[in-house]
Every structure is written in structure tokens, then in C-alpha cells.
Design a protein around this ligand. Structure first.
Ligand code: MGD
Ligand code: MGD
Ligand code: SF4
Ligand code: MO
Length: 721
């Protein structure tokens, strides 16, 4: 394979538009996957004799059909980036020192064994980031089983867990997906699929870029419920401009209208649901007028939205991450799941469907002592420990708190609310092991840093749902790992072996892991290598509930959740202050915070990745605060000015973007900076971790009081960024 030093980034037209690429190279084409984001587009990578990589969308991959987004080209830049982690690094009194793998694994084995001997097997936590690759999802999972610790944590509390828990309570299934090609109305609710190239939880058949054109060609009405004029709002027929975090009020009021006017689907509700009478009583006071005062949406608009949605038959709804990062995200999504069910749109053609999906093999192979995990009593409904529970247990030095943590493929220091307290919490650990491909704000805190092979340097796979059937696709290595980087599964197995925990491992390296994981579907690595994409389930079937019922305690859709009630959680959704703290104007005025702050996701990047890659950074160099021109004028702020944004938690410096995409009183701040390679403002310095969703642990990363000043006006203050 080509030497890393001879690699250079193959880009077309000098810009990152790989869908326009016409590749003349031809010697060696490898089909693989982009694992930058969860969409996991298929790629064809060609390598020239000099080692240059040319990247195109895979024309045969059902998700992208030959197209890909500008970020795909950066996969090559990751491989050759100068600041890649190349060797294991040990923290010493004089800074990080390069050590050998043998030494690194000896140190990790020794430390973890000592901690387990002293504090027992529950003393280890694993913290992972978004499962954009299954390396992230699965790395060190078997190890946790062998070690005997159920303390799995990560980003779930602010991504997906609120949505999945809500759907599970109402429907028994964790996620439905829109059946775009058979629907008459689409509602994008707290999602921005155009901005993030993601139209459903995993995949949409026949090319994500063609979904909107297909909908528009059929004359399907598109409604977007969003506080901001997002890239998806731009494509919509109707924009419902909602105040951030107030979706539960909108949902309850829509239920109110549908129940009061008897617009619900009577046959489905009578035959397949329970709790309508309780729900009807529960929403009686939730009138559109009540919701108007909270959501900022006129009562008449709420009424007509409820009527339009109930009448469309079928209508599909795609709810997104815009609902997760508040303290009432679970209840907001419960109202949405209920609306899908009430209107008879659940699992019907053109509605919200449980799409066929190839389930993976079981990991860890050993059952975890779930009930012994940190704060199980407070969060019994989740499949994991929400990060705030681990954080508070550490900060409170609680008995039974974790003593060691493996952070794998995640950057908790920057992504969880209140960076200062996250740092303090991680500082309480006796041993912090971090795996990554680049130095990050989290690797800086580590005792031991292990350099990982990137996705272009290892095997991987992805499972996708689609109407045509669930399928799996293979990610193949394109080049050798840089420096001494290794794949997580080699490293995990080697560490388990050093500790004598390896005997029942179902894999020893990345190839073995892929082979094990896909076998649950009767697929093998060999078959994937031959065919690249293998359909592993039959095509979609609708109304599966007629045969199977629903996986809830009653076997029916539950408007009154027995699952929640049995755990002592309120069985029906309510509206609550989405930030936890009072956001009343009086309190603002008293404390000098006259604005609300929320979080923006620049589509050029995925989270905190990869502000060190010059070809991406040049397309969007700095984090910005989007402020309404009226608010800017009142503060003497001009376009591009350096400003400080202050919240009760801290202060950051960013540049101002004057924009009518937001309204007066609400500023929109870019998320994803703060690693050592950029040293720019992390919005989560401002967000509050003092409150969390009682079911999911979701924190209000998207809502906090703040104030913006021109930088020179506050030059006497320290710069927290
Ligand atoms: N304020 C605010 N906070 C947010 C969000 C927001 O919108 N606003 N978004 C939230 C959401 S939805 C999510 S999902 C989380 C994201 O949280 P994370 O997933 O923790 O964030 P990433 O920046 O994606 O961090 C992934 C890390 O994995 C590393 N990495 C990349 N490839 C590999 C690899 O192959 N192996 C290993 N070991 N490491 C690798 C990257 O260098 C990076 O440091 O953030 C959440 N936090
Ligand atoms: N380019 C790129 N792609 C990505 C990612 C990335 O960072 N960059 N991240 C990946 C990850 S981990 C995730 S979770 C997905 C997220 O993808 P989506 O689920 O589509 O979520 P967001 O992109 O955060 O968009 C959410 C929308 O909700 C709006 N919103 C914010 N608050 C509220 C609210 O209170 N109510 C309502 N109704 N709307 C609100 C926001 O303005 C935004 O337009 O994207 C994935 N894909
Ligand atoms: S949409 Fe996501 S997976 Fe597809 S090319 Fe872009 S970054 Fe890669
Ligand atoms: Mo996410």
C-alpha cells in the first residue's frame, strides 16, 4: 500500500464537490463507505500510482446513488493530516510522552486491574460519541461485558435517547421512518434533513438527494416546524415558526384539536390503542390559545395544522435532533408519536413506518448487571447511563462512582453542556483512557491516549433500513494505518488478553468483528467482500401490528404509558419549561441577560470534527453568532464584528452574523469548536447542565439566557474561549 507520506488529497476543481467529479484515474477502484456522518454514503475510491486518492459517490449504493456531500473528499485529508495521532501517548509531569503499544497496553491493563481489584467491576465507564461509524458504537463494548460493568454512557442524552424512549413508550418500537414515496404530506419537525443530508434514521431508498425533488414532483405539501429559517425551511411550502423547546405545548394542543373535533382514526384507535379517554381528559385544558402563548404560533395556525395533518391520509412526519436538547424532549416527542398514532399514520403506506432493518449480532455477549449501573433508580427506562448521571456522581464523589473511563470516538468535553463542569468531573477519575484519531479537548485530559486507525484505514460495515429491505454494506480499508495507529478491535482484544478477559471474545480484529456482527443476518464478511451490498431482510411490510400487536405492556399503542407509570414516571406527556431554569423577562432584566441563546449546526462540519482539515475549514473558518439586525443595531454590532456572548455559565468570543433567519431576542450560535487545533469558542461553555430531562437526562444545550456585546466593550473580562 502507498506510504502515508506520498498521499495527497485528490479533489476535483480544487473544491470539495465530489458529486461533480469525473475521475480519469482508473488503476485501483475500491468500494467503501463514508463514515463522517450517520448517512454513511457509499464511495468509490481510486488510488493513483503516486498514492493520490480520488473519491466519488458509489453509483450502486442505494443511499446516495453516486452523489455525496462535500465532506466526503475530506476522508483523504484525514489520512494525510499532519496532526494525526500516530503513537500511544502517556501523560507525565512534563507533558505527553510517546510510548510503545506494549507499554501502553501494560499500563492500561495494570491500571484497570488495580481499579477493579480495589473498587469492583462497576468502577469502569465507557463513554462514546455519535455512532457515525459502528466502530464508535461497538468499540470496547465486549470489554465492558468481560470487565462486568454496565456503565455505558455517551451522547445518548442529547441525541436519540429522548426520541427513542418516547416512541418506545407510545408504540413499543424505538423509531419510525417516513414512507416518503407514498405520502401526501410531510412534516419536518425539529429536523433539518437538507442541512444534514439525513432524511430518516438510517437510510432512504434511491438517493437522499432525490427525495425532495420526488416529493415536489408529486405535489406533496411540505411543512417545517422550526424556530429558524433552516435549509429545509427554504424548501418547504409552510414554515411554522415555533419558540425553541415549546414543541410539547404544540403537540398537546394539536392532540386537543384532533380529539375535540374527533378527527382521529376511529378504527385504529378503537382496535389497537389504549388510554384515549385518559388522554382526552389530560389535554382538555391544552387549547390552541394556551399553546399560542408558549409557542408563539397563532392559535388558528395550530388548529389548521392539526386538521391538515389529520386529514391528509397518509401523512409522514420526520422528527429530529431539534427536539432532544431540552429538558422536556421526551414529552415533546411523546406528543408527536401520539399524533402519528391518533391520525392512523402508524405503519401504513405513506405514513410513519417501522422499516425493515438488519439487526446486528449481540454485543456484549455477556449480560450486563444493568440494575447496578450509576443512577439506575433515577433513569430506569434507558438502555444506558445518561452522561449527566455519571457527571454528577463524579462531581459529588458518590460512593460507587466510576473510577476509570474509556472515552472512545467521542469528545465529551466539548459536546456536553457546561464544559467547565464536564472538565471538573473527568478530573475526578483515577484513570482516563481516550482513543481518537486527532488530539482533542478530551485527549488533552487523558492519562493515556491511544491512536486509532481512521475509517479509511480499517474494515467496517453499516446496516441500513429501506422500503426495499434492510441491507448491509462493507467499509474497506483504502490505505495502511498512519504511524502506529491500530483499529479499535485489535486494541480492545489485545487489552482484554493482557487482562485475561479474552477467552470468550467473538472477534480479535476489525475483520473478525465485521464477520461476527453481520452473521446475525446470515451474511458473512466474505459475501460482503464479493457483493459489497447485501439485502438481509424482505421488503417493507405495512400494518405489522395486525399480526404482532405492539411491543408495549398492553400490546397496544399506549396513550397512557404503563411502562412509564410502572417506573414512577408521569404516564402522559406534559409541557414544562424547556430550559429548566426560568426564562422570564424579569429574571433576564435582573441578571443582565436580555437574549435567549441556542445552538446551530454548520453543515460544513460534523460536530467538533474536523476543524484541523484546511479544505473544510476554508469553507467556514470561524464560529458565528447569528443575531437579528434589530438586536445587533441596539448593541452597535455590525456584520463580522468580534463579539462576546455571556451566559450564567461562562463567556465565549465569536463573530457576529447579522441575519433574519432568526427573530429578535433569539441568537443562534455555532456548535463544534474548541479543540486544540482551533482553540475557538465552544458554545457548551454557555449551556447549562444544572437541569435535565427526568427520563432521558437531556440537557438544555439549545436554550439558555445570554447577552451579546461588542468585544471591545467587554475587554476587561477574561476570554473564556
Ligand atoms: N450545544 C450543542 N451540543 C451538542 C450538539 C449541538 O447541536 N449543540 N449536538 C449533540 C449531538 S446530536 C451529538 S451526536 C453530539 C456529538 O458528540 P461526539 O460524537 O462526541 O462529537 P464528535 O465531534 O463527533 O466527536 C467524535 C470524536 O471521534 C473522533 N474520531 C473520528 N473518527 C474516529 C475513529 O475512527 N476512531 C476514534 N477512536 N475516534 C474517531 C473525532 O476526532 C472526534 O474527536 O454532540 C451533542 N452536543
Ligand atoms: N453536516 C452535518 N451532518 C450531520 C451532523 C452534523 O453535525 N453536521 N450531525 C449528525 C447528527 S449526530 C445528528 S443527531 C443529525 C441531526 O440532524 P437533525 O435531526 O436534522 O437535527 P439538526 O440538524 O440539529 O436540525 C434540527 C432543526 O431543528 C431546529 N430546532 C432547534 N430547536 C428546535 C425546537 O425547539 N423545536 C423545533 N421544532 N425545532 C428546533 C433547528 O433550527 C434545526 O433546523 O445530523 C447528523 N448529520
Ligand atoms: S452525507 Fe455524510 S456520509 Fe454522505 S458523503 Fe456527506 S459526510 Fe459522508
Ligand atoms: Mo447526534
Amino acid at each position: 500500500m502507498a506510504l502515508e507520506s506520498s498521499l495527497s488529497l485528490g479533489m476535483t476543481h480544487g473544491h470539495l464537490k465530489c458529486e461533480e467529479t469525473v475521475v480519469a484515474m482508473g488503476d485501483q477502484a475500491v468500494r467503501t463507505l463514508c463514515q463522517f456522518c450517520h448517512t454513511n454514503c457509499g464511495l468509490v475510491v481510486r488510488k493513483s500510482a503516486t498514492g493520490r486518492l480520488f473519491i466519488q459517490g458509489d453509483p450502486e449504493h442505494p443511499v446516495n446513488r453516486g452523489r455525496c456531500c462535500p465532506k466526503a473528499a475530506a476522508n483523504a485529508e484525514i489520512v494525510r493530516a499532519g496532526d494525526r495521532l500516530r503513537y500511544p501517548l502517556l501523560k507525565t509531569s512534563t507533558g505527553f510522552q510517546r510510548i510503545s503499544w506494549d507499554e501502553a497496553l501494560d499500563i492500561a491493563a495494570e491500571k484497570l486491574t488495580e481499579i477493579r481489584d480495589t473498587h469492583g467491576p462497576l468502577s469502569l465507564a465507557r463513554c462514546t460519541g455519535a455512532p457515525v461509524s459502528y466502530h464508535a458504537r461497538d468499540g470496547f463494548l465486549q470489554f465492558m461485558g468481560e470487565f462486568g460493568s454496565p456503565n455505558l454512557t455517551g451522547i445518548g442524552n442529547i441525541c436519540m435517547a429522548p426520541r427513542m424512549t418516547a416512541f418506545k413508550a407510545v408504540t413499543g418500537g424505538v423509531r419510525t421512518e417516513p414512507d416518503y414515496d407514498r405520502t401526501k404530506l410531510v412534516i419536518f419537525w425539529g429536523s433539518n434533513p437538507v442541512g444534514v443530508e439525513r432524511f430518516a434514521s438510517y437510510a432512504a431508498h434511491d438517493g437522499l438527494k432525490t427525495i425532495l425533488p420526488r416529493l415536489k414532483k408529486r405535489g406533496v405539501r411540505i411543512v417545517c416546524i422550526d424556530p429558524f429559517f433552516s435549509a429545509t425551511v427554504r424548501e418547504a411550502d409552510e414554515w411554522i415558526r415555533i419558540n425553541p423547546g415549546t414543541d410539547a405545548a404544540l403537540g398537546l394542543a394539536m392532540i386537543h384539536v384532533i380529539v375535540k373535533e374527533e378527527l382521529y382514526e376511529k378504527e385504529f384507535v378503537a382496535g389497537y390503542s389504549t388510554g384515549l379517554a385518559e388522554l382526552a381528559g389530560h389535554v382538555r385544558a391544552c387549547t390552541p390559545e394556551w399553546a399560542e402563548g408558549l409557542t408563539g404560533i397563532p392559535a388558528g395556525t395550530i388548529e389548521s395544522l392539526a386538521r391538515t395533518y389529520a386529514a391528509a391520509k397518509p401523512a409522514a412526519l420526520y422528527e429530529g435532533n431539534g427536539l432532544d436538547m431540552y429538558v422536556n424532549g421526551v414529552d415533546a416527542v411523546r406528543t408527536i408519536a401520539m399524533l402519528i398514532c391518533l391520525t392512523g399514520n402508524l405503519d401504513v403506506p405513506g405514513g410513519n413506518v417501522f422499516m425493515p432493518f438488519p439487526q446486528p449480532s449481540i454485543l456484549p455477549t455477556k449480560p450486563l448487571p444493568t440494575r447496578q449501573r450509576v443512577w439506575f433508580e433515577r433513569f430506569p427506562l434507558l438502555p444506558h447511563v445518561p452522561f449527566p448521571a455519571i457527571k454528577e456522581a463524579l462531581l459529588g464523589e458518590e460512593h460507587g462512582r466510576p473510577r476509570a473511563m474509556i472515552v472512545h470516538h467521542g469528545n465529551p468535553v466539548l459536546v456536553q453542556a457546561n464544559e467547565r463542569r464536564t472538565r471538573m468531573a473527568l478530573g475526578k477519575l483515577d484513570f482516563l483512557l481516550v482513543t481518537d484519531i486527532f488530539p482533542t479537548a478530551t485527549t488533552e485530559l487523558a492519562d493515556l491516549v491511544l491512536p486509532m486507525a481512521s475509517t479509511f484505514e480499517s474494515y467496517g460495515y453499516r446496516a441500513y433500513s429501506s422500503v426495499e429491505g434492510g441491507f448491509v454494506a462493507l467499509a474497506r480499508p483504502i490505505v495502511d494505518p498512519v504511524g502506529e495507529a491500530r483499529t479499535v478491535f485489535d486494541v480492545e482484544y489485545a487489552l482484554a488478553k493482557k487482562m485475561g478477559l479474552h477467552r470468550d471474545y467473538p472477534f480479535q480484529d476489525d475483520r473478525g468483528w465485521v464477520d461476527y456482527m453481520v452473521r446475525a443476518n446470515g451474511v458473512t464478511l466474505q459475501r460482503l467482500e464479493e457483493e459489497q451490498i447485501v439485502y438481509a431482510t424482505p421488503k417493507v411490510r405495512y400494518r405489522k401490528y395486525i399480526e404482532n400487536g405492539f411491543d408495549t405492556p398492553s400490546g397496544k399503542v399506549e396513550f397512557f404509558s404503563q411502562w412509564f407509570a410502572s417506573a414512577g414516571v408521569r404516564p402522559m406527556p406534559v409541557y414544562e419549561n424547556p430550559a429548566g431554569e426560568s426564562l422570564s423577562l424579569d429574571i433576564f432584566a435582573e441578571n443582565g441577560f436580555s437574549l435567549l441563546g441556542t445552538s446551530r449546526r454548520p453543515s460544513q462540519f460534523v460536530h467538533t470534527k474536523f476543524k484541523n482539515l484546511v479544505n473544510i475549514v476554508k469553507t467556514y473558518p470561524d464560529p458565528l453568532v447569528y443575531i437579528h439586525p434589530g438586536d445587533a443595531a441596539a448593541r452597535n454590532i455590525g456584520e463580522g464584528d468580534e463579539v462576546t456572548v455571556r451566559s450564567p455559565q461562562g463567556m465565549i468570543s465569536v463573530r457576529a452574523r447579522l441575519s433574519e433567519q432568526t427573530r429578535r431576542g433569539l441568537v443562534w450560535i455555532d456548535f463544534g469548536w474548541g479543540n486544540p487545533s482551533d482553540r475557538k469558542a465552544n458554545i457548551n461553555i454557555l449551556s447549562n447542565d444544572g437541569y435535565f430531562d427526568p427520563v432521558s437526562g437531556g440537557t438544555p444545550n439549545r436554550l439558555f439566557p445570554c447577552e451579546v456585546h461588542r468585544a471591545e466593550q467587554r475587554c476587561g473580562l477574561p476570554n473564556a474561549s
